[in-house]
Design a protein around this ligand. Structure first.
Ligand SMILES: [Fe+2]
Length: 547
């Protein structure tokens, strides 16, 4: 490289850092903590924005294509920068008594792509499938999906724009040309500019507001921390409610209305056909069918780097985005130490090279450190089983959803403030039609009966009274717990900006604010010298996979 080019690049880099530092000036860092707990009061107990689902007639959810033209196009990441998945749907879904599943072999799965829009010189082919949502009960309707296609593109260059078109050229039925950008190559100084984090999104007018705000923030990557469509707030006849169990207590099985998934895929297409989105399952994706079939739609519709991260599961997997290693965990399958997920997690963590991906971020749906009454300590068995492992590998940051509000923790481990524990952030405030969480377990009279707190899907009871600390002998605190730094019941999303191997800015954006007005901000500072990784398996083997 010519010396003047190197000097120019250096000046650019220094200039970027200076700009970043100027913008970050005055924002508190985790080194200033632990912070005194803050609760932002809500203006009105009934406040929940416009929590009404978009109707099927809304132009944003109506089918706009004909025949086997692609729709619901999306991009998701593989495990490394050089590969992505492109997914889409062809053909119409059917719902009713007499459905005839489409044959996925009748439409091929082809993506043409390239670095310039008029010359898509590369071609990749993939697989297609359909899924059924069957309810063999009198009066209930069955659903069969359109043909769902997943194609993996490989050999991509880092940080570059790629144009693509997907479909079946033999029909011909090809999509419009879309464009996405690949992630930077992994390294301690290379990061995506902005990563959006959103949870419990749904498809209401609040959800559309959240997505509008998110889009304005121009993320390079979107993380959806579970609970996407809320199709399971509907009966198979299309009747919906804000609370399924309150309204439909007599149904033979918890029904869903699967066309809501198609509506959601259509609504999300303009965003996720151009910005990769990574998803982990929430409880609303479970969607029980006869013979205990679960998560059929979730597992069929999204693409996951399951094989690439050697989890071979749609429920847990990992991937790199620049110098960040993301771990997605499943809360609604076994997380026990003796089972596959835990063993995979041990192997995945042991293989993380923090000199290449200094940041370690974990994501799952139900939070361990939420202080709201809703779902209070519901995921305690998962915490008991997995927290020690994540702590020993110095997970920096955890994102959760499930609780429909916002909360940020101080650094915490095993309910004690700990400078080497992760920061936990709950962003279950995407805007779905269920109620917003407004009560806290420490509010007078709001501490739930411990026996009501376990989620029956997650199994077990592990949330006993605290044995030490300020809440010793009690199930709930009598004030906002010291591990809770900031909590507020508003809809919104967050943006993570990692500057280098030690500093990252987290900003929570509320839907009611102007676009440049943050609701909560914190600079998260890693201290690798003070908090070294405890990686006992690293010395014995460089690559360990337990599968
Ligand atoms: Fe949830």
């Amino acid at each position: 490289m010519a010396p003047f080019v190197a000097l120019f690049l250096l000046l650019l880099f220094v200039g970027d850092l200076a700009l970043c530092n100027a913008r970050w000036e005055g924002i508190p860092t985790t080194l200033d903590g632990p912070f005194e707990p803050v609760t932002v009061p809500i203006p009105d107990e009934g406040f929940r924005g416009h929590a009404v689902d978009l109707p099927p007639s809304d132009p944003r959810v109506r089918r706009k294509v004909e025949g086997f033209m692609p729709e619901q196009v999306s991009v998701s990441l593989s495990a490394e920068y050089d590969s992505v998945w492109v997914s889409w749907v062809t053909g119409e879904f059917q719902i009713g008594d007499d459905i005839k599943p489409l044959d996925p072999k009748t439409v091929s799965s082809v993506v043409r792509y390239g670095r310039v829009s008029h010359l898509l010189k590369h071609e990749a082919t993939g697989d297609s499938l359909i899924y059924n949502q069957l309810y063999p009960f009198e009066g209930l309707q069955n659903y069969t999906s359109g043909i769902i296609h997943h194609v993996r593109l490989t050999g991509l260059k880092p940080g570059k724009l790629y144009y693509y078109q997907c479909g079946d050229p033999s029909i011909p039925a090809m999509s419009d040309i879309h464009v996405f950008r690949t992630m930077p190559i992994s390294g301690p100084q290379r990061y995506p500019s902005r990563i959006a984090v959103v949870g419990d999104l749904g498809l209401t007018y609040n959800s559309t507001s959240t997505v509008d705000h998110l889009r304005i923030n121009k993320p390079d990557l979107i993380l959806l921390v579970g609970d996407a469509t809320y199709a399971n707030l509907y009966l198979t006849n299309g009747t919906g409610t804000d609370c399924y169990s309150c309204s439909f207590s007599q149904t033979p099985i918890h029904e869903t209305y699967q066309p809501r998934w198609d509506y959601w895929g259509r609504f999300m297409e303009p965003l996720v056909s151009e910005i990769p989105m990574m998803v982990v399952e929430g409880n609303h994706e479970l969607e029980l069918q006869a013979e205990n079939i679960t998560f059929a739609s979730y597992s069929a519709r999204f693409a996951f780097p399951a094989e690439e991260s050697r989890s071979f599961s749609t429920f847990y997997y990992s991937f790199n985005a620049g110098g960040i290693h993301f771990i997605m965990l499943g809360a609604y399958i076994s997380y026990n130490k003796s089972d596959d997920q835990y063993k995979w997690l041990e192997g995945d963590l042991a293989n993380v090279d923090r000199s290449v991906t200094p940041w370690l971020v974990a994501i799952w749906h139900p939070p361990w450190y939420s202080t709201y009454k809703a779902h209070y300590r519901e995921a305690e068995c998962m915490r008991v089983e997995m927290e020690g492992l994540l702590y020993s590998y110095r997970v920096d940051l955890v994102f959760n959803g499930h609780v429909h509000a916002y909360e940020r923790s101080n650094r915490v481990y095993n309910y004690s403030l700990d400078p080497c524990g992760p920061v936990y952030i709950t962003v279950g405030d995407g805007g779905n039609r269920e109620k917003m969480a407004i009560h806290h377990a420490d509010d007078p009279g709001k501490c739930p009966d411990p026996l009501t707190t376990p989620d029956e899907i997650m199994g077990g009871f592990c949330a006993f009274n605290f044995t030490t600390g300020a809440a010793a002998g009690k199930f709930c605190w009598d004030r906002q717990p010291d591990y809770s730094a900031y909590r507020e019941s508003s809809f919104g999303h967050g943006i993570l900006e990692v500057a280098n191997e030690t500093h990252a800015l987290w900003t929570w954006h509320r839907n009611q604010d102007m676009y440049n007005s943050p609701g909560d901000q914190i600079i998260i500072v890693r201290q690798p010298d003070k908090c070294p990784v405890n990686n006992p398996r690293k010395s014995s083997s460089r690559r360990i996979y337990s599968i």
